[in-house]
Each structure stands twice: as structure tokens, then as C-alpha cells.
Design a protein. Sequence first.
Length: 332
Amino acid sequence: MARLRLFAGLRDIAGTSSIEIDEPTVARVLETATERFGPAFSEAARRARVWVNGDEAEGGETVGPTDEVALIPPVSGGAGPMTEFPTGSEAILAVVVGLVLIFVNTLDTSTWWAVAVVGVVVAWMADVASVAAQRARDIPLVPAMLGVVAAVVSTRMLGTEGVGITFIVAVVVPLAWSVASDESRALVALVPSLVISVVSAAAVASLLLARESFTPVNRATGVLITVAIAAIAIGAVIERFSHLPFGDPFSATTIGAIGTSLAIASIWDLDLVTFLIMGVVIAAALIAGRGLGSLLRTRRVELISRPPGLLASLDGLGLAAAVFLPVLRLVA
């Protein structure tokens, strides 16, 4: 029997969050549920969106005993997508977040830097999980948060030697969590949770260690955040004004990252070759991060269309932060 999952008002009307229904198609599953829960449920269900195993579905789609049908009402009674933000708002928010990180990075104490980094990473994780939940996919965040805690504690206590502990916790905890939780055992929940855990823990460890590992203190992280935010902003402008004859957003992101990296290196009298390489790495991570974010949020890699979520522009920043310290140590 297929499992029908109910959300928001539909869940309240039915008095349950899920039921098992033995029907061959999505339409028949919904008809059976309507007959069981009455007119109020039928009225609300007509405005809802239907998903099967995390993908939007039509009524004629067949379902089997292992399939999960989700019925999700629109926000505030509307009929549009649940995650809609004004065009460019996610890029503006990314710039604001970047400016906050740049300011905190200038402070003498490393404690506020750790607080700011963890806060941004946790907010990003919650944004990814929220978008996935709107598509009837639950991504457990507790394992990822434990990985972030391990990153902070181990790197602050052991320095570079704590990175190994960070990765062990980031990998083992999601796997152990899936054994203890039936809902987290499915691959559609386990794999995203594992990826988010590893990327988040690596980003936190990299940002905390990079700030203290190079002289002057905080200069390396300042380069990373400034370059990434400048590249995100430039790419967003080109994407927003697609009629401008300046190429595609990804080329603009790459040029913006490399140009900003070289400009900062010149101003701070840093090695130009090193930061040319770092500019290329950051640009590649930003573009790859967009694909990864799209995969985590929608289960599809879509580089052309903007991934849903208010913090979607931080997908690339997280991946760039995760690889920043290892690459910088290699080339510096």
C-alpha cells in the first residue's frame, strides 16, 4: 500500500500526518482519502500540490507499495509554489551575510567569528531542509549540527589535528542516526543529510582554521568572503539583466572571482600566482555549489534556473569555504 502524507491544514482536518492506502494511482489514492475525511478535506485537497517520492506528480501516475504520496497545501491559500521570493532577493541577502562576516572577521576575538560562522552555516542548513520539506522530503539536521559542533570544538582545542575528528563525526553521526531512525534510513533522507553534514563541518573547520593559520590573522578569510560575495553579486546582476552583452552568469562569476582575488592580492601585497589559483578555485566552487544546492533542494541538477530557497546563493559559498583551506595550504 502506498503511504499518503498530509501537511498543514490537511493534516489537521484528517487528524493524522500519514495513512496507508491500497490504490494503483495517485488519483485513486486522493479519491479514497477524500471519501474517508469528508468535504472539508476535499476542498483543501483541490488547492494542494501532489508529490510522489519527492517529485511533483500528476493524478494518473501509478504508485506501488513502497511509494510515498505527499499532499501539500499552498501557503496562505494560494496556488503558487511554496518557495517564492522576489528576483534577486537571495543574492542581496547573500551580500548582506557576506558583509556581516567581513565585519566580524575584522574583530580581534575569534569567538565572535566562530559564532557568526556557525550561525550562517546553521541558517543555510535550515533553508535547505525547509525547501526539501516543502517537496515532501525530510532531511534530518541534528546529525549535521552535531558535525558542526564537532568542527568548532575539535579545531579550537586541537587545531589542524582536529580536522580528522571533524570528518569522522560528520560521516559517522548521520549513518548512526539513520540506524536509529526509520524515517532517516531511506536514501532520499540519508544521502542529503550526509552531504550537508560533511560540507557544513568542513566549511566551519576551514573558516575557523584559515583565520588563525595565516599572517596577518584574518586576512585569508577576508579574501575568501570578499571574493565569493563579489562573484555572487556580479553573477546575480548578469543573471537579472540577461539582455546585457556581458556573457552568461557563470562566466561573470568566474571573471568576478578571479578579478577580485587578484585585486585584493595587489592591495595587500600578497602572492599574485597563489591568489590567481585561489580565484579560480573559488569560482569553480561557487558554480559547483549551485549544482549541489539544486540537487539537495530539488533532487535535480539545474544550473540554469535559480534553485529555490532564500539562502540558495550561499550554496556555493559553503562549498568554497569547505575547500578553501586545503587548497590554500597546498598552493601557498
